[in-house]
Design a protein around this ligand. Structure first.
Ligand code: PLP
Length: 501
């Protein structure tokens, strides 16, 4: 591709992007694709010879874009608000053009330094306590700090691994102090590490994200799900966790990690953080807060329902949900930088660095990294903190407006409380049992989504099937919300009609 061809193609792409913003409802929100449709449609191998961008574009537009799900559509009410903004798109373009890999500080000091600085900018923007942030000129020496990961799942896995490493070291130290000098130390250490690891237990509620369970699976540790109750708004309470910990300790197991959700996936409810923090001292466990979705709302001080946050060990917030940044950018902070990094630090000869500096590679699994901090930098500077506050406030207001219109519709019942601009509903008729409500709610959800006119996500909270409702488009207006409600009512009437037949 020549420079002239590139500029021509880029103009086409820019027009496409602007059209997406101006006409978000141009194509159906959903798709009639069935599994393997696109796979079967595409040639079985790449072309031998170059093709023009115009030809490639037509195929992209017709069979990849138009047949896909339109996440940036006013009737996309699934999942959570999903990040996209002009400064983020600009940053993405620049990142691709720089072609950095950013293995370590020396590979591009500005990449590593901007990552480090953005951890602090984001922390301060969200009101994260100062001891989670890098302090002083030697950022590696500060107790607090963090990194920009890809996904919340990555950060949760890394937190579990770091906590596992710390607990194993503590237990080994106890063992070494007790054992005689004559033991075969090398063999004993390996065996003992395996034995300690086999007794480690991590805790998280039934409502916490599945990445917790996956992290435990990969880390080879016990994963305990703690029961939650409707009267607590499905937030995890200390007494229930403590009961399980006591039982495990009595059985010879070693509790080492507690995951606390602030903003769960199903209903955006929160665990009772403040009372849970008391367990940290008592059982010496690592406490991690998963605020993947809700953490972005903390940009507005009145949404900082996170008392106790100052006492935990680490936390994560996804910026690719409620923060206008596209997938995947997740912020992670800890107050125990040195101990945390011990789990990930290796020094291959080919990655020697001339100077010090915080190396993003020391924080997790990946070595190569994109210049993702540029996305954060460009967004924060062009919107400003006040611009982001206005955005979060508006999305929450739009969702609350939609809620007032939907929950008054006959047979639609609100489930649980509304949090951070997410509400949940069920279908209900007089005299229905819980099983019947579940069946009807599921059927309604499928009916709505199959219409291809609007999209929702389904979930199940401790046996209750629900439909989650979020307003996701950055520029959603009251008119968009009213259109959605009108479509919803029409579809609901059809659904009820069909059920009667
Ligand atoms: N935690 C919560 C509360 C979530 O809602 C999600 C995803 O929706 C995740 C973690 C996982 O996020 P990611 O896709 O970034 O791994």
């Amino acid at each position: 591709m020549t420079e002239e061809e590139f500029m021509k193609a880029m103009r086409k792409v820019i027009e496409f992007i602007v059209d997406l913003y101006r006409n978000p409802a141009k194509h159906p929100v959903s798709t009639d694709m069935r599994p393997s449709d696109l796979f079967s449609l595409l040639p079985t191998a790449a072309p031998e010879n170059p093709e023009t961008f115009d030809v490639v574009w037509t195929d992209f537009y017709e069979i990849i874009f138009k047949k896909g799900i339109q996440w940036q559509h006013p009737q996309f009410h699934s999942f959570f608000p999903c990040g996209r903004s002009y400064p983020d798109i600009l940053a993405e373009t620049i990142i691709s053009s720089l072609g950095n890999v950013g293995f370590n500080w020396s590979c591009n000091p500005t990449l590593a330094e901007l990552d480090t600085a953005m951890v602090n900018w984001m922390g301060r923007a969200l009101g994260i306590p100062e001891h989670f942030l890098f302090q002083g000129a030697d950022t590696c020496e500060s107790p607090g700090g963090g990194w920009i990961a890809d996904t919340a799942s990555d950060t949760i896995f890394c937190a579990v691994m770091a906590a596992r490493h710390i607990k194993v070291q503590q237990e080994l130290a106890k063992f070494n102090a007790e054992e005689s000098e004559s033991t075969d130390q090398t063999r004993t250490k390996h065996e003992r590490t395996a034995e300690i690891t086999s007794r480690l237990v991590a805790y998280g509620s039934y409502e916490c994200h599945s990445s917790f369970e996956k992290a435990c699976l990969m880390a080879g540790v016990y994963c305990r799900h703690v029961e939650v109750f409707a009267e607590d708004d499905y937030g995890m309470r200390r007494a229930e966790v403590e009961r399980m910990i006591e039982k495990d300790v009595a059985a010879g197991l070693i509790p080492f990690y507690l995951q606390i959700a602030l903003g769960t996936t199903s209903t955006a409810t929160s665990d009772h953080l403040e009372e849970l923090t008391g367990l940290k001292e008592k059982y010496d466990i690592w406490m991690h807060v998963d605020a993947a979705y809700a953490g972005s709302a903390w940009i507005v001080p009145s949404y900082r329902n996170n008392a106790g946050i100052d006492k935990i060990d680490s936390l994560n917030v996804n910026l690719h949900k409620f923060f206008l940044i596209s997938t995947s950018v997740t912020l992670f902070w800890t107050t125990r930088q040195r101990e945390y990094k011990e789990c990930f630090r290796v020094h291959p000869v080919y990655l020697k660095k001339k100077a010090g500096g915080n190396d993003p590679r020391d924080w997790g699994i990946q070595l190569s990294r994109r210049f993702k901090s540029l996305k954060v930098y460009m967004l924060l500077r062009t919107y400003g903190i006040n611009g982001m506050r206005a955005y979060v406030n508006r999305i929450i207001k739009m969702t609350e407006y939609m809620e007032t219109l939907i929950v008054t519709i006959p047979n639609i019942l609100k489930f649980g409380k509304t949090h951070y601009g997410l509400f949940c509903i069920q279908y209900h008729e007089e005299g229905m049992s819980q099983d019947e409500v579940n069946e009807a709610t599921n059927s309604l959800w499928e009916f709505l989504n199959n219409s291809r006119k609007m999209l929702f996500t389904h979930s199940n909270v401790r046996g209750h099937d629900i439909i989650r409702v979020a307003v996701t488009l950055e520029r959603s207006t009251e008119k968009d919300v009213e259109d959605s409600v009108a479509i919803f009512i029409q579809l609901l009437e059809k659904f009820q009609h069909l059920r009667k037949d």
